[in-house]
Design a binder for this molecule. Sequence first.
Ligand SMILES: NC(=O)c1ccc[n+]([C@@H]2O[C@H](COP(=O)([O-])OP(=O)(O)OC[C@H]3O[C@@H](n4cnc5c(N)ncnc54)[C@H](O)[C@@H]3O)[C@@H](O)[C@H]2O)c1
Ligand SMILES: CC(C)C[C@H](N)C(=O)O
Length: 363
Amino acid sequence: MNIFDYMQKYDYEQLVFCQDENSGLKAIICIHDTTLGPALGGTRMWPYKTEEEAIIDVLRLGRGMTYKNAAAGLNIGGGKAVIIGDPRQHKSEELFRAFGRYIQGLNGRYITAEDVGTTVADMDMIHLETDYVTGVSPAFGSSGNPSPVTAYGVYRGMKAAAKLAFGSDSLSGRVVAVQGVGNVAYNLCRHLHEEGAHLIVTDINEENVNRAVNDFGAKAVGVNDIFGVECDIFSPCALGAIINDDTIPLLKAKVIAGAANNQLKEERHGDLIHEMGLIYAPDYVINAGGVINVADELQGYNRERALKKVETIYDTILKVYEIAERDGMPSYKAADRMAEERIASVGKSRNTFLQNGKTVYHR
Ligand SMILES: NC(=O)c1ccc[n+]([C@@H]2O[C@H](COP(=O)([O-])OP(=O)(O)OC[C@H]3O[C@@H](n4cnc5c(N)ncnc54)[C@H](O)[C@@H]3O)[C@@H](O)[C@H]2O)c1
Ligand SMILES: CC(C)C[C@H](N)C(=O)O
């Protein structure tokens, strides 16, 4: 992989390699775009097989956060970090502290939070070394675990998608098929159950399935059966690339609305579901609740204010569909256009030099 060519193609600002022999830290921080503000995105801990795999992942995820943060209306740029290692074996205080010192060294250009493989406890250790970490324990005045707030945003976005598909945003009596009932989806199922939706769930983790069955009267199905069940809404809340050539022909749902990142295996799958007349709530728009919640910490965390902002995911989904109709394009492309237009117009308004350096000449 020619890293500089790739960075140039998608306009990346910075890639930082972090190594600490004592703790075994091998991490990469990606700052994609800071036009709107400091780059905010979680730290993923994953046992990448090769360094190249880790580099590709952090670049892809960092750019994704630029779009997610811009589409959510945050004054925040996009970035992400990966730590190469197995989260079940390689976590230690030294490792997270060493990582925290690298983040501190970037002096606020990158701010971290949780992602796959990292937890609030890990953020607390990072916080021992840096101010530029969110999703820390509430005891520090922070917002804690972002998952329940992500779930609330997905619930709000799902209601908007239902309005577009069925003419009413009520989920009462609707059948929702949920793939993966982990941290986010368990909380999503609670909102759906409270509104009177019928749930069909699957998970590779039996305990998680049983929890949803016992707490919300969900019906459990096998992991390969979830795609073809009779339902109104399919909610992917486990893995990426789940909307693909194998699963699309099986879907009976009219709406796809879930928490997972990077749901479309390839862009053409977004075109295909659009041609089939499905309503697709773009993943990074509907799952922005977590980042909206942690971003609120930058103003001194206020949960009520954060939840109010998360509620607007409903309107953002409607706006994406307005753009999709206006410009005759699938929703995933309309979301990208919305984010790009916002970054471009804010970027232009920041061309004036300011002595305090807060907003400096950009491009
Ligand atoms: N946690 C957040 O705040 C947040 C924010 C934005 C996006 N997301 C995305 O949402 C998704 C869920 O996040 P989470 O925090 O709930 O993760 P999680 O690990 O708690 O839950 C994922 C669940 O999916 C299950 N699963 C994995 N492979 C599966 C398969 N093949 N079939 C069925 N189930 C399977 C896992 O057993 C687990 O229960 C992820 O894609 C994540 O990147 C999470
Ligand atoms: C900042 C984090 C809460 C971001 C979250 N991991 C996401 O993918 O949106």
